[in-house]
Design a protein around this ligand. Structure first.
Ligand code: SAM
Length: 244
């Protein structure tokens, strides 16, 4: 007889296991899927371009995110935003599940002469436990919407543990009606898969992050090919500030 549940982490791990193994994109078991996703760098995936998010650039340009300080890029992939943050004077940590993405990110960092500390693994597991805050900025472009509903608990816990008082948290995620699955939280467990990622409404984002103060929440600008920034209008961009 197995008796496995004693802590919140045990409950969360059990809920991870309610999903089909091949649907996993968010635990250490999902890293192979992401490795496959990043294996061919020539694929026409918009965010494979070495450009930072337009909202990140804009928030820095307008002083909504003060430059400098310590930043964490959560689910950094091939590192395009981490590199931009390093260029803007941040001391940057960046974490991702995929060794293939991080090898690409490290190459990009070497080529740019940028100093970024990359961490491979689950930001909500062992890799995250090794991160030492406080960070002045935690940035997430496209990781949050790949998490199952119960992992919001881990996500909020990470913010609580690592974000400095007065620090900024910014994310981009699938916009309801434009991209991502509109299924209810409960329905994902019935299907045992996340259907490509979760759509969010602005109200849902405000509700999830209600311990933080909203600074800006808007659709991402659709950036033309020739732009120096990345932008797709099917994403929300949000900036929050942690109360002092
Ligand atoms: C859509 S990609 C975005 C990559 C990058 N932020 C960008 O915009 O170029 C989502 C990334 O989140 C990472 N990821 C998902 N769950 C994670 C977890 N639990 N810990 C660390 N990284 C994770 C994946 O490996 C993947 O690279």
């Amino acid at each position: 007889m197995d008796r496995n549940i004693r802590s919140v982490d045990d409950v969360l791990a059990l809920m991870d296991g309610l999903f089909a193994p091949e649907a996993d994109r968010w635990t250490a078991g999902g890293s192979a899927w992401w490795d496959g996703f990043y294996a061919d760098r020539a694929r026409p995936v918009p965010f494979f371009a070495a450009k930072p998010d337009e909202n990140l650039v804009s928030c820095l340009d307008r002083g909504l995110v003060p430059a400098g300080g310590r930043a964490l890029d959560l689910g950094c992939g091939p590192g395009r935003n981490a590199l931009h943050l390093a260029a803007r004077g941040f001391e940057v940590d960046a974490v991702d599940l995929s060794p293939t993405a991080l090898a690409w990110a490290e190459e990009r960092a070497r080529a740019a002469g940028a100093r970024v500390r990359f961490h491979q693994g689950d930001a909500f597991g062992a890799a995250g436990a090794g991160l030492v805050g406080p960070y002045d900025l935690i940035y997430d472009s496209g990781c949050f919407h790949h998490l199952p509903p119960h992992r919001r608990v881990s996500y909020l816990d990470l913010l609580d543990r690592l974000l400095a008082p007065g620090g900024r948290f910014a994310l981009t995620c699938f916009a309801s009606g434009a991209m991502g699955s509109e299924l209810s939280d409960a329905e994902f467990y019935g299907r045992a898969r996340l259907e490509g990622g979760l759509a969010y409404t602005p109200e849902a984002l405000r509700w999830v992050f209600d311990g933080l103060t909203e600074v800006e929440l808007r659709r991402m600008n659709d950036e033309p090919e020739a732009s120096g920034s990345f932008g797709e209008a099917f994403l929300w961009t949000a900036l929050f500030r942690r109360p002092e």
